[in-house]
Write a protein that binds this ligand. Sequence first.
Ligand code: ADP
Ligand code: ZN
Length: 740
Amino acid sequence: MIARVTLDLALGKEFDYLIPAELAGQVEVGTRVKVPFAHRQVLGCVTALLESSPHPNLRPLLKVIGRQSHVSPAILQLARWMGEYYCCGPEAALRTVLPEAVRKEKDGWREQLFVRALPQHGPGPKLSRRQEEILEFARGHAEAPLQELLRATGAAGQTVRRLEDKGLLAIAPKISERDPYAREIILPTQSLAMNADQARALAEISAALQGGGPARRAFLLHGVTGSGKTEVYLQAIALALEQGKGAIVLVPEISLTPQTVERFKARFSSGPQQTLVAVLHSHLSAGERHDEWHKIRQGRARIAIGARSAVFAPVERLGLIIVDEEHEHSYKQEEAPRYHARDVAVVRAQMEEAVVVLGSATPSLESYYNAQKGKYRLLEMPMRADDKKMPIVRVVDMRQVARHEKKSSIFSPALKEAILQRLERKEQTILFLNRRGYATSLQCERCGYVAQCPDCSVSLTYHRQEQRLKCHICGHEEAAPLACPEAKCRNPAIRYSGLGTERVESTLVSLFPHARIKRMDSDAMKRKEDYRRILGDVRTGKIDILVGTQMIAKGLHFPNVTLVGIVHADLGLHIPDFRGSERTFQLLTQVAGRAGRGDVEGEVLVQAFTPFHPAIQYARRHDFSGFYEQEMEFRRQLKYPPLTRIALLLLRGRNEEKVKFSAEYLKRELAGKTGGLADLVIKGPAAAPLARTKTEYRFQIMLLTRQMSRLSLLLAELSAGLTLPEEVKMTVDIDPVDLM
Ligand code: ADP
Ligand code: ZN
């Protein structure tokens, strides 16, 4: 027999190998193998078994990695789809579907020596006191790790070995599983009695799980923060288990806290449906990841919970995939393969006839549009389950503040007053700053005017040195105005005022010298322990004011936080990304949801220079569908997603001229080869918003079409035949979420 193998190297093709007699029977489709390649040994994955090969002189496989077939046929099919759709090639896709620890199998299982007492027939030999003690300990345990026995009895290894020689004990190596959550004590929970909205949502999901006929199996669960979506997930999983099916739960990395995991473990850790819940995420050690993955592969764990890559969890008889916070951009991988875990989840569910539930308080426009079109079934839960009121949101007009005060200030009098009140009442405050400001827009502080591209409706970027405004999508350029162009304003001091979390923090310290203030942003998050400690300190009341970025917008639940301040809500609006508005709406809604989770009603203060911007006004009224309608109008006019799909081609290299030239050459090639796609729009090339990194110049071309699968194929063909200068690199990003 012959095995066709995709190597872990990016070669874009597959190779055939002989299966030697001693490995026959161990090699299946999906098996990981070690093979000779040129003068090296390389790992790869078997993608097909053949009777014969068109190639002569085949070399034999060297080794099978791991005892089990690693990639199931279903996942192999998914990887194929991914390689084509995301234009990344089969090997990159295959590499991604297995955790590295499993692919290389170098950490493997951890084996440990275990001691077991053997049954004794007739009178035993004479033993020392120490030996009696050891035997007694061993008899008191079904099986004890040798290390533990030595520690408990204080005996030496030799003494134990002597008992083994006498036939009283058996010592043997055994797999000892790593359990990353071994130290947590988890109390089991029971299903809650559902309210009417929850019951209705669950009934629909239940009907889909029972299948029968071409039932619609994809759902969008739109429920406000605190509406009890998690309870719906839990009970839906219970239904899947009842049918003997397994489930995958995806959550954004950032909300994959021990508390989240605990909610799932607690529900399924006892009772008739008891099953292991395996956890897959990047903070586990390689060994832990290996063991968690195999718990699923062997079917001992029927529920997998994890971030992005858990969408590839090897759950057999998959019944249900949950994607919580489906609008989150972290589901998109920002390196090849640039897949979106939500979209992969939908495709996988379709392939395996499973049900998929996308949940969010602020669905992405893509998903809501799919629900409107009937591709997903929409489930609404508009009320909080715990009867808490939605917080009151007030918008503070920073233009007024700027007019009254000589120099620009960070905090409005209203926000200062509100913070002071909280300090006096011993309640807590969260201050939020959306810091996406490296591409600086030109904004007038007096009237709120922002310079925009006439063609793309994204903010122009202000290039201070050249005194010019540039569009980073289509390349449009104009001179920067000397005064605000608004007829009623004409403010000569039009400029961007830079703000950062550090300046917010230091100003805060000087305003409230006695308050206990902590800052939390991605630097702090690098050390997981800091993140946990700060959150613990907020919970136990050791911090009065917490300042942070996106990071603190998610899923935190602090009863004593009664004030949330958003320092500069416009910061995320005026960027060269057409999703700025959507993201701001989502962020404001999520952040506002942090206030008033306890008994005291919450208050949210939003500071903005464009207070009447729809993203801000609709978030203030907690009005998702209002926002959706008006934002869709804008997307429709400019033919942006969700009405089309985008492919972003990025070219980068050290030599600016060469990169620019390559981008123009690429555009010509594209225009010549994509004639079959009637609706294709090509924008650019333009300098990318992040136009220059330390060592590279970056140019991009944006393609918009409704027929992405066809465009993907065309792009794969095109890039295979493309001759770019060697030092110019191209990346293709299908359905990009971050245009910055
Ligand atoms: P979401 O996931 O939508 O943000 P959660 O599932 O976290 O909401 O629920 C918010 C709060 O409401 C939790 O404290 C949860 O225990 C509670 N809750 C959810 N469903 C019910 C219910 N049916 N009855 C009582 N409390 C509920
Ligand atoms: Zn433009």
